[in-house]
Design a protein around this ligand. Structure first.
Ligand code: ZN
Length: 277
């Protein structure tokens, strides 16, 4: 198997018993960029993968339990972060902005609440749209449909706990391809210096089939032509800018947005040492 990020050879890294009724799952690692993939999942048919996900219910596909207070804490922090971007004019009202893989849409709801209570009160026309490809809630909702997700049609895309679920280049293309040529990707996933060679690592949940390293993410950042990167530490959120001016704008406004920021022309490789979270 070849690494879909850099094209190098991938070698066996460890095996893990994920489900009692199935043989151990095989994880492979890229010798060059350190990306780790669950080869077993990559080689399954879509149907088999869907059956496993459906059969394992809610918890299997998500990285954290929605009842976990840390998850809600992070979501609240991210909501305040986006409200800050709106207040500082980095997120403008007319921008088309979607939360891709929004689950039940909680982040967008939290953002709306933050905007409503924001001091300036100027943010009511901002809207974070919702899109969920896989686990859609039942009944009436305000989610975008598949046909609304046209390539190049968004100014900003949130990808929160999505990248660890992707299955190769076409999935990455789909998300990053939603951005127009001045767009910004707002991404939360776990990116580490080296994926531990440990089948008991906490992050190895069944749905996490693509495990990112600083090097693999830095390559991806270059491959898609991003021109600047910001990382918000408390929100655990990276911003990949296609537009250098927008990047500079955030850099100048960031002191007015609570939290610690790191800026770089390249991917911000923040998580160098264990523990990675
Ligand atoms: Zn690689």
């Amino acid at each position: 198997m070849k690494c879909f990020v850099c094209g190098s050879e991938m070698k066996g890294y460890f095996r893990k018993k994920m489900l009692p009724e199935m043989p151990e799952w095989e994880y492979v690692r890229c010798e060059n960029c350190g990306l780790v993939l669950c080869q077993t999942v990559y080689e399954m048919s879509d149907r088999e993968w869907k059956q496993i996900n459906d059969g394992c219910g809610e918890k299997f596909g998500h990285d954290e339990d929605p009842d976990d207070p840390r998850w809600v804490e992070r979501l609240n922090c991210q909501a305040k972060l986006f409200a800050g971007l709106a207040d500082q004019g980095v997120w403008e009202p007319e921008m088309r902005f979607v939360d891709y893989g929004c689950g039940d849409g909680k982040l967008a709801d939290y953002v709306q609440n933050e905007l409503n209570v924001s001091k300036t009160g100027m943010s009511s026309s901002h809207k974070l749209l919702k899109y969920e490809k896989f686990i859609r809630p039942e009944g009436e909702n305000d989610f975008l449909r598949d046909e609304d997700m046209k390539p190049g049609s968004f100014d900003m895309v949130v990808s929160c706990s999505v990248f660890e679920h992707l299955l190769g280049r076409p999935d990455v293309d789909e998300i990053i391809g939603l951005l127009n040529d001045k767009g910004t990707l707002c991404m939360h996933t776990l990116v580490c210096e080296e994926v531990p060679q440990d089948p008991d690592w906490f992050y190895l949940l069944g749905g996490h089939c693509t495990l990112w390293t600083n090097k693999s993410m830095a390559l991806l950042f270059e491959q898609y032509g991003f021109a600047g990167c910001a990382y918000h530490v408390e929100g655990r959120m990276w911003f990949f800018f296609k537009d250098r001016q927008r990047f500079e704008q955030l850099r100048s406004k960031a002191p007015s947005i609570p939290g610690e920021w790191v800026f770089s022309d390249k991917f911000v490789d923040y998580w160098k040492q264990k523990p990675y979270r």
